[in-house]
Design a protein around this ligand. Structure first.
Ligand SMILES: N[C@@H](CCC(=O)N[C@@H](CS)C(=O)NCC(=O)O)C(=O)O
Length: 155
């Protein structure tokens, strides 16, 4: 999403479950997981590290260390929510979705609070320009998460 937003081109390699289960690709990944991101001779794993790298590269990581810290806080909050959603999808979808939807406003509240605290909700979540804080497509209820949904990306 960040690359598209920045008008960048990239090559995306979608890995099928069949390919993944063969093993060699998994064995070649630093943490045995995707996504993998290649930017020239830099190879990165861990989606948030990839996001921060792109954020810094495109000047989307706040104007100073304070804004960067706030962006980290937002990103970590989104990561918590993503994990909750991921757990629901993988382990407890049918029984857990009603409660998840019911509790979602509470989970989104911190982000609304931050937005409302910055220029009366008329600006961005941090500072006065778009930032990288979690420009990552997270799974929504009903979407399957598996290796086939993870990508290897090359900028
Ligand atoms: N902390 C890692 C987690 C990556 C992750 O959970 N990858 C999953 C799919 S999105 C994966 O590769 N699963 C296959 C496996 O573990 O064999 C990140 O944020 O990039």
């Amino acid at each position: 999403m960040l690359l598209a937003d920045q008008g960048q081109s990239w090559k995306e390699e979608v890995v099928t479950k069949e390919t993944w289960l063969q093993g060699p690709l998994k064995a070649s990944c630093l943490y045995g997981q995707l996504p993998k991101f290649q930017d020239g001779d830099l190879t990165l794993y861990q989606s948030n590290a990839i996001l921060r790298h792109l954020g810094r590269s495109f000047g989307l990581y706040g104007k100073d260390p304070r804004e960067a810290a706030l962006l980290d806080m937002v990103n970590d909050g989104v990561e918590d929510l993503r994990r909750l959603c991921s757990h629901l999808i993988r382990h407890n979808y049918e029984e857990g979705k009603a409660r998840y939807v019911e509790e979602l406003p509470g989970h989104l509240k911190p982000f609304e609070t931050l937005l409302s605290q910055n220029q009366g909700g008329q600006a961005f979540i941090v500072g006065s320009q778009a930032a990288s804080g979690r420009m990552r497509a997270g799974p929504g209820p009903g979407k399957a998460l598996g290796p086939q949904r993870c990508q290897e990306s090359k900028r």
